[in-house]
Design a binder for this molecule. Structure first.
Ligand code: HEC
Length: 190
């Protein structure tokens, strides 16, 4: 008995709300009322919004000349033998063979990227060379032994004749670390 009363009361309320809704007849094409519009729309100019304050009407400004991308370390060398020499004079490795992690990482990088051409011991007898690619000179030869770290870094970064650049595949730190492994191969051969 009581339940029927409650149910009919609820029915009356729903009917009342429905008719109120119909009476107010909100236009579905209109946006709802915005509460605190400043929270949703920024007051300053957005990056891609039009901007009357600049002659070209755009908000985004070109970076000033010499701007460096955050986290990017510029390398001011060209892919020339002269600059390889200069790299040998000007650059020093940030890693030492005593750094066990760097040393192990260098060996791994060598195994992934260099061994296929230069061979496991650096003798220039990797599988790629065995299958017809011009064999690289031995990394154990006096010439390679005499290369400064910076020169090897330059060779791995920019390539040298038949050896392509590995800058895109090997990040800067890893390019230094792999030199630790080349040096250890050279040490072992002595
Ligand atoms: C695609 C094959 C190939 C790969 C991979 C390769 N190299 Fe080379 N590398 C060569 C060739 C060929 C040369 C000889 C270039 C020339 O004629 O001067 C060379 C030259 C070098 C030299 C100079 C040797 C000298 O006596 O002038 C160094 C140092 C060197 N590579 C290190 C590396 C390291 C470190 C890696 C791995 C990051 C690597 N290379 C990966 C083919 C390769």
């Amino acid at each position: 008995m009581r339940r029927t009363i409650v149910n009919s009361l609820l029915g009356v309320i729903v009917a009342g709300l429905l008719s109120l809704n119909w009476l107010l007849r909100a236009d579905p094409n209109q946006r709802n009322f915005e509460v605190l519009p400043d929270m949703a729309h920024s007051v300053p100019y957005d990056a891609f919004s039009a901007n009357p304050n600049f002659a070209d009407g755009m908000t985004l400004r070109a970076p000033v000349p010499g701007t460096v991308i955050r986290g990017f370390m510029p390398l001011h060398f060209d892919a020339t033998p002269e600059d390889a020499q200069r790299a040998g004079r000007e650059l020093t490795s940030p890693f030492t063979p005593n750094d066990a992690n760097a040393f192990a990482r260098g060996a791994a990088v060598y195994g992934t990227y260099c061994e296929i051409c230069h061979g496991p011991a650096g003798k220039g007898d990797g599988t790629v060379a065995q299958r017809g690619f011009p064999a690289p000179p031995s990394l154990l030869a006096p010439k390679a032994q005499g290369l400064a770290d910076g020169q090897i870094f330059h060779i791995v970064t920019y390539g040298q004749k038949n050896m392509p650049s590995y800058a895109a595949q090997i990040d800067r730190d890893d390019r230094w670390k792999v030199i630790l492994h080349v040096r250890s191969l050279q040490q072992r051969s002595k």
